[in-house]
Every structure is written in C-alpha cells, then in structure tokens.
Ligand binder design. Structure first.
Ligand code: GLU
Length: 444
C-alpha cells in the first residue's frame, strides 16, 4: 500500500473536500507504513473503510428571524464510525461549515475518541448557520428547527452530540429542551448540558485543562515544567480561556489571545483579572479583544496572528489551519519548544512537517484536545448511573485520561534516541483500537 495512490483514491472519491484530504493524509502518512508491517489490516482494507463515513445526513433547516423573514440553512450530521461505541462528537455552527469541514472533524474525532480509552465512536455535525449578531430568540428557533430533524438520527446509545465552535451551553440547552420535548425522554443524548440538568462538572473547562495537562506530561518527560514559561495562545473562546486559566494557575505566563480581528499582546502575562474580563467579554457580550486591549492599555495587532511573538510554548486554540508553514518557521526560529493543539487541526500539513523535522514537542489535536470529549464520555457515564460526581473527582479522571493518552503516544510514537513523535503515536494509537474492532466484526 502506498500513500500516493491511496490519497489519489481519497481525492477522487471526495472531490474538492480539501480539509478532509488534509486530515486523512496526516493520519495516512503514519498509518500506511504501520499497515504495511501488519498485512492483516491491508487485506481487510481497514483504512479504506475508516475513510468512508458510516453515513452522512444532510437536511434543510428553516427558521424565522426576528423580522419574520424565513431563513434557510443546511444542517449536517456525519456519523463516521461506531466501531468502538456510540457516535460521539460536537456540533459546529459557523458560516464556514461545509461537508469537507465536518468530514475532517468526524474522521479526526474517531481517532481522538479512541485515544481517550473510553467507548465512543466518532461523529461531527452542525450547520452553516452564523450565530454572530443573532438574538437569543433567533438562536432558540434555529436550534429547535435543527433538532426537529436531527432527533431522528441520535439517541443515548446511538449518537450523542455536544458543542463545538458556535455551540456552547446556551445552544446545547435549547437543543436538549427540544429533544426532550419531542422524544418524551430525559436521557444523556447530548453532552455539555447545564449542571442542573445532567451536565458534568469540569466539562466546560476540560478541553483547555486537558491540553495543559498533556503539555505538562510532555515537559515532565524532559524534566521540565510549566513554571515561568512564556506561552502564546490563539483564540479567546472556551478552549483558549480554560487553557489560559490552567496555565496561569500552574505558573506559566500567557502573553497573547486572538480573535477574528487580530491579537492582543500582554508582555508580562495575563492576570486572572485580565482573563475574567475576556471571559465576560466573549461569553456575555460577544465583543472584540480590541476592547479588552484598550481597557488595559495592551497593544492590539489588527488582522495579525500571535505566532511572531517570542515564546517557549504555543497553544493554538482558535480553529483549523490557523498556523501555516511561515508561522511554524518563525516559532521555531524564536526557540519555541512545544506546540500543543487545543483547536482541531490548527496546523497546516507543511507546518506539521516542520515541527516534526525540528523534533520539538508537538502534540496534534487528536491527542491534545481529547480532554473535552473525554469528559463528555464521563458525562454519559454519570447520566447512565444517575449520579453527578464532584469537580475534584472529574478533574482527577481528566488527569488520568490525559496521562493515558501520553502513554499511548510514547508507546506508538517512539522513534529511538529518546525521541517521541506524538503525531505518529497519536495516529497509530488511535487507529489500532478501532482497526482491531473492525477486524473482529468481519466485513461490515
Ligand atoms: N467538539 C469537541 C471536540 O472536538 C467535543 C466533542 C464532544 O464532547 O462530543 O472534541
């Protein structure tokens, strides 16, 4: 099996889906050599099966805006693989949403969920609905209309959606309310729920915290720690906020945040007061970081990315392909020693290759941001046994899971000379469990 002809087939079968091609290629680069050493996987055509979603549901979402105009969006759910558990993955509401984006995310989710060690398959969904500037009643009507169709395809043992970009606790609550109303059952069919109706402590924090816990593990292996490290964060949403919170708590200096308008530089590191302001600005007012920079007298770099600031560690926490080869070059030139991806596929494939060649500590998103879905998995567990654990208990589980993810990366990504490719380790570690399950099922 060779990479080039495999990718040719993927491209031919999924024309113009460039994000999906990128996600597949990133996995195939490591998994194909592994398959060549384990011919049983080639014979069973495991990678061909894993790059074809189980099913894709596409539907119309009609809703009425505040001026009584009828609006039409497209809704999706890509159920990628339920080989090791019910479909599981977030919903993204953003104007950039397309089938290519959701297929890349669903594909990645399958490997990510496998790495968590919990029994969850992979899926992703969402809509090209743009929540920016919409009123609460508009968001509610959209969510209700979206769920009226989606409910046919999900269920607590079938497919359990959660949040992603543009879908936070408010949207999950509207979606859950509509699901409950139509199905007549109160179940754990969605995760990321409010704490008063089945949500898990730490779920909101888990992606950001987990990303920092993994960085800590990676540094520990090198006898290093987070103390006093200069960190760049991109983004200012849920993942960025909680990665920053944990980094500050553990003694690191968070010197940047970004949004769609540019980035803010905080030379001495953000304080908890700065962070509280950003959380309120982004969660409650949907404002721009420019306002934050003005309020505290920091420099705001319009339409620029934070990667040119000298740092020890970088945490991309905004969105896909936000860090290209030029950004990777400048990070490496400035001596960045670790990149831990809080957002999904933030680094372009050329950027990934540069990090790998430079042998810095580079954790791909499927390992680094798996803490979010892991706690979603534990929200499902708590819903099934009808108990809510304490914050401390869930946080303990999160640390253990991130530790196990690190162990799998070390096991499968050991390149000799004490060098670990976390990319290789995450790809093969994630693949192995799903591949074994598929083999056991025969030809399905
Ligand atoms: N959207 C998140 C992710 O990319 C979380 C998914 C979930 O909790 O199901 O992993």
């Amino acid at each position: 099996m060779d990479l080039q002809s495999f990718m040719k087939g993927v491209t031919r079968r999924n024309p113009a889906e460039k994000e999906f091609h990128q996600a597949v290629k990133e996995v195939a680069e490591h998994v194909i050599p592994y398959i060549n050493q384990h011919p049983i996987y080639e014979k069973a055509r495991i990678l061909e099966r894993l790059t074809e979603p189980d099913r894709v549901v596409v539907f119309r979402v009609s809703w009425e805006d505040d001026q009584q105009n009828v609006r039409v969006n497209r809704g999706y759910r890509v159920q990628f693989s339920n080989a090791i558990g019910p479909y599981k993955g977030g919903l993204r509401f953003d104007k950039s949403v397309s089938l290519s984006i959701l297929k890349f995310l669903g594909f990645e989710q399958t490997f990510k969920n496998s790495l968590t060690t919990l029994p969850m398959g992979g899926a992703k969904g969402g809509s090209d609905f743009n929540p920016k500037g919409k009123s609460n009643p508009e968001i509610m009507r959209f969510c209700q209309s979206y769920m009226t169709e989606l409910q046919h395809h999900i269920g607590k043992d079938v497919d359990v959606p959660a949040g992603d970009i543009g879908v936070g606790e408010r949207e999950i609550s509207y979606l859950f309310g509509q699901y409950k109303r139509i199905s007549g059952e109160f179940s754990g069919t969605l995760t990321g729920k409010g704490l008063s109706f089945g949500g898990s402590p730490i779920r909101k924090e888990a992606t950001g915290y987990g990303c920092v816990y993994l960085a800590e593990e990676m540094l520990k292996r090198k006898d290093e720690c987070l103390d006093d490290k200069i960190c760049l964060i991109s983004g200012s949403g849920n993942v960025a906020q909680h990665a920053a919170e944990k980094l500050i708590e553990l003694g690191a200096k968070v010197v940047t945040f970004s949004d769609r308008n540019g980035f803010v530089h905080i030379p001495d590191g953000a304080t908890q007061e700065n962070l509280n302001y950003i959380i309120d600005l982004k969660t409650n007012q949907r404002g721009s970081l420019k306002t934050f920079a003005g309020e505290f007298g920091f420099t705001f770099y319009e339409n620029e990315k934070p990667w040119k600031i000298t740092c020890d560690l970088a945490f991309p926490c905004a969105t896909q392909n936000e860090l290209d080869k030029y950004d990777a070059q400048i990070l490496l030139k400035h001596g960045c020693q670790l990149v831990c991806e809080g957002s999904n596929m933030p680094t372009t494939i050329e950027g990934v290759h540069l990090f790998e060649e430079a042998k810095i500590l580079y954790a791909p998103s499927k390992a680094a941001n798996a803490g979010g879905v892991a706690i979603s998995g534990l929200e499902m567990t708590q819903n099934s046994i009808r108990i809510t654990w304490s914050r401390e208990e869930v946080d303990r589980h999160l640390k253990t899971i991130m530790h196990k993810i690190h162990e799998q990366c070390v096991e499968y990504g050991n390149k000799g000379n004490n060098h670990i490719s976390y990319l290789k380790g995450a790809n093969i570690g994630g693949f192995e469990k799903v591949a074994k399950a598929l083999l056991s099922f025969g030809v399905v």
